[in-house]
Each structure stands twice: as C-alpha cells, then as structure tokens.
Design a protein around this ligand. Structure first.
Ligand SMILES: [Mg+2]
Length: 192
C-alpha cells in the first residue's frame, strides 16, 4: 500500500467563503439595531469585521456570529470549482482539514463539512488557546506534506514541508514568503 501525500487544508476563507457567510448572518441578526448599515462582504479588510459590521462591540460578538447556525446555512464553498477540485485532490492526496474555532463553531463546522464534503475523512479541529491564529500544535512535518491557508501566522507557525498562502490579498494574508494560490483553479494547476 502506498501512502498518499498529506494535504492539510484550512477551512475558513480557503475552503469556504466564511467572510461572506459572516456578513450575511450579521445582516440578519443586527438588521434592527440602531445605526445598522448592511455589511458588504467584498469590502471587508479588517480581521474583526469592524469596518463593515459596525454594530459589533467586541470579539465576543464576532465569535457569537461564528457560532450561529444561520452562518452555516449561508456558508458556501469559496469558488465555483472548489468541490470538483477537492474531489480530484482526494484521489491523489490524503486531505486533512485543519481549522481553528470555538467548541460550538467547530461542532457546527464539522457537521457542515460532513454534509458538504462527505468523502473527506480527516479533520483536525483546534480551539487553540481561545482561537489564536497559530497551527503550531498540529504535526505536519511528514514527507512532502502540503499546507494551504489564508492566514500568514498559521503558515509561519506550521512545520509543514510545502506551504502555500491562499486567496486574495488581505492584511492577514500579506506575505512574500509563500507562493500564492489565488483560487481553486490555481490549486488544481499546482497540485493535480
Ligand atoms: Mg482561514
């Protein structure tokens, strides 16, 4: 039996468009709040959504939206070809989804992943000191291992052998240290 190369994939904003689902959920929950202005997910540039979701007071409000079942009803794969590419990748690699969240977020996320990508059998779900963006405690230094994530600090802290930054440029994904895969077409071209 040959062992497949391990491919570690981040979930939020790599596999799924979580920024979009977050803003759509915010727009429902906060719509009757004083000073509410609908959030536009395409314009989000702040990690804590403060630029588009002005009614949020603190990080607890942010985490609460990430724990809302409504968010998982809105949550979609990030590109139109993500499903098709990940299916093909699954033939060639051992895919391991590695995601950080609160216990409630992770429980809803795992059910979402099971339903959306039932052929993926491995998740590593991390609470990580209250959602610190660092994946150091995940062992990834297997031969040829690959890790794709949209957050620079997650890549910096990881001991994976081959690391790629995913997606469009955001303050949390600015780096020159990793080759950038802009979308799932890029992922397919690089890894299939
Ligand atoms: Mg992410």
């Amino acid at each position: 039996m040959t062992t497949k190369t391990k491919l570690y994939l981040d979930c939020d904003n790599t596999l799924t468009n979580s920024t979009r689902a977050f803003c759509e959920t915010y727009n429902i929950i906060y719509r009757y709040h004083k000073n509410f202005v609908p959030a536009q997910w395409e314009l989000v540039q702040k990690w804590n959504f403060e630029d588009q979701c002005g009614c949020l007071n603190d990080s607890a409000d942010v985490l609460e939206i990430f724990e809302d079942p409504i968010l998982f009803q809105f949550l979609k794969l990030i590109n139109t070809n993500t499903y098709e590419v990940i299916r093909e990748l699954n033939e060639k690699y051992q895919i391991i989804i590695a995601s950080i969240g609160t216990p409630k977020n992770l429980s809803l996320k795992s059910l979402y992943l099971k339903e959306t990508l039932p052929f993926i059998k491995d998740y590593i779900l991390l609470y990580n000191d209250g959602c610190k963006m660092n994946k150091e405690i995940i062992q990834m230094n297997y031969s040829d291992s690959i890790f794709i994530d949209d957050v620079t600090t997650n890549l910096d802290s990881s001991n994976a052998i081959n690391k790629f930054i995913f997606g469009h440029l955001y303050p949390w994904s600015e780096t020159n240290n990793y080759h950038r895969l802009w979308d799932w077409t890029d992922i397919a071209n690089e890894l299939l």
